[in-house]
Ligand binder design. Structure first.
Ligand code: PLP
Length: 457
């Protein structure tokens, strides 16, 4: 092992000592070496910050391959994966149908910057099976989709301000990298260097699940609010399940104030069901954004709305939005193959019942042992929270100190062959590729890891 790596590991060991019942660490030398190299090329050694393993033990694992519900790292360790590339891989890794379709389409070239029939095909799959969008526009990422949806809302309403909620993530565009200040209704404060204060002042940030704050915001900024944006079900900062009445209230107050309701379903779209959270709640958002799953693992995002609203997008209307690789044929192919599988009858029923059983048995185990832990779940999304609260509905309800327990669990799970996203604020995903056998294995590993976590409480 390189001297510098040894130091890195021993540094981490000092920071997080082995606990009673801990499994010995798996070999991580190759990943650690690759990480050292990556740090020369990329800030923090990564191309997206959470991958750097800053809030868990050790250096990031470099993944070599994935198949079904498994991934293998550079050291040859095998894991049952619950990160699923952060959500897109609802069929698991390297699904044969997706791989075959992509391979077939690739034979004809990668990109043309001109329309192809594949765009129609994916659009038709989405629009015909979803009540919430009549016309859509493909982008290359979720960030881009949301950023464009906001511009559309502003262009359509002729108003500038938007309301977002503390604890919701909508990608990294300037208007949305804002967090709440102190007070019930506040202008956003930038949550990233480089975002002009004046941009942040167009974004009003309030707490989730607070009808008073929303009413107050609409009074304070009367006739200035273009849109309210919320994640279909907030799932980027824990899993913050909102009550149905609250979501219905959102819909109503937006209508009353001529503001558009934007449902950011980049994570929930095609995850909770083919109609995402909008279908789950039975409400009708004005603009919907999707991403992740619709690309089958390749970079795709989209936004959609009624034909009347979408008529404001160029070249039909005055809201400009474009993309060199938008509607890329290879990415469309992956999306077509994946969504076709999701439309098979019983797909979601089977997936969701598997995930429910998984989440509930972890909960039963923890409850039986009096462990301070709640598993929140919806569809095939789950979040293990070290709390005794029955509900966590706002960002403020999450106790940052509880993340220390996650950190121990994460390490124990890696050492037992289970891969969770490297942060306690991130949710996990069950995919169609997780069979009963692997879910049983994963459960047992989680039980043993929790015993370690709580033996050392
Ligand atoms: C992932 C995500 C985004 C950003 O999508 P990218 O493809 O990472 O740009 C936006 N909104 C939500 C709700 C997301 O989960």
């Amino acid at each position: 092992m390189l001297e510098s790596l040894k130091k890195m590991f021993s540094g981490n060991e000092g920071e997080l000592p082995m606990n009673t019942g801990s499994k010995p660490d798996i070999p991580r030398e190759k990943s650690a070496e690759l990480y050292e190299k990556a740090k020369k090329y990329f800030p923090g050694g990564v191309n997206s910050p959470v991958r750097a393993f800053k809030s868990v033990y050790g250096t990031p694992l470099f993944i070599q391959k994935g198949d079904g519900c498994f991934v293998w790292d550079a050291d040859g360790n095998q894991f049952i994966d619950f990160c699923g590339s952060w959500g897109p891989l609802i069929l698991g890794h390297n699904h044969a149908k997706v791989r075959e379709k992509v391979t077939e389409v690739m034979q004809n070239g990668m990109s043309f910057g001109a329309p192809t029939a594949l765009e129609n095909e994916l659009a038709e799959l989405i629009i015909k099976n979803n009540r919430f969008v009549e016309k859509i526009r493909f982008t290359s990422s979720g960030t881009e989709a949301v950023m464009s949806a906001i511009r559309l809302a502003r262009g359509y309403t002729g108003k500038d301000k938007i309301i977002k909620f503390e604890g919701c993530y909508h990608g990294h565009s300037d208007s949305l990298l804002v967090k709440a200040g102190s007070g019930l209704v506040t202008f956003g404060e930038t949550s990233s260097a480089g975002v002009p204060k004046s941009f942040a002042e167009e974004t009003i940030v309030i707490a989730l699940n607070d009808t008073k704050a929303l009413e107050q915001a609409f009074i304070q900024f009367k006739d200035q609010v273009a849109a309210v944006i919320i994640e279909g079900i907030p799932a980027n900062n824990g899993l913050l399940m909102q009550d149905e009445e609250y979501v219905k209230f959102l819909e109503k107050i937006c209508k009353e104030n001529n503001a558009l309701l934007i449902f950011d379903e980049v994570i929930t779209g095609f995850r909770l069901g083919f109609e995402g959270a909008a279908g789950h709640y039975g409400i009708n958002p004005d603009i919907v954004t999707y991403g992740k799953i619709i690309g089958g693992g390749l970079p795709v995002g989209m936004y959609g709305a009624s034909a009347e609203i979408m008529a404001h997008i160029s070249p039909d209307g005055g809201v400009y939005q474009a993309g060199t690789l938008s509607g890329n044929p290879v990415a469309m192919a992956a999306g077509i193959a994946q969504l076709t599988e999701l439309l098979r009858s019983g797909f979601y029923k089977e997936l969701n019942s598997k995930a429910t059983e998984f989440a509930e048995s972890i909960q039963r185990f923890a409850t039986a042992r009096n462990y301070k832990l709640k598993v929140f779940y919806v569809g095939s999304i789950f979040w293990i929270a070290f709390t005794d609260k029955d509900k966590i509905q706002t960002a403020e309800d999450i106790d940052p100190a509880s993340m220390e327990k996650f950190k121990i669990m994460h390490r124990e799970l890696l050492n037992r062959g289970i891969y969770l996203g490297p942060s306690g604020y991130e949710v996990g995903f069950v995919s169609a590729a997780h069979t009963k056998i692997e879910l049983e294995k994963a459960k047992r590993a989680i039980f043993d890891s929790l015993d370690v976590v709580f033996r050392n409480k």
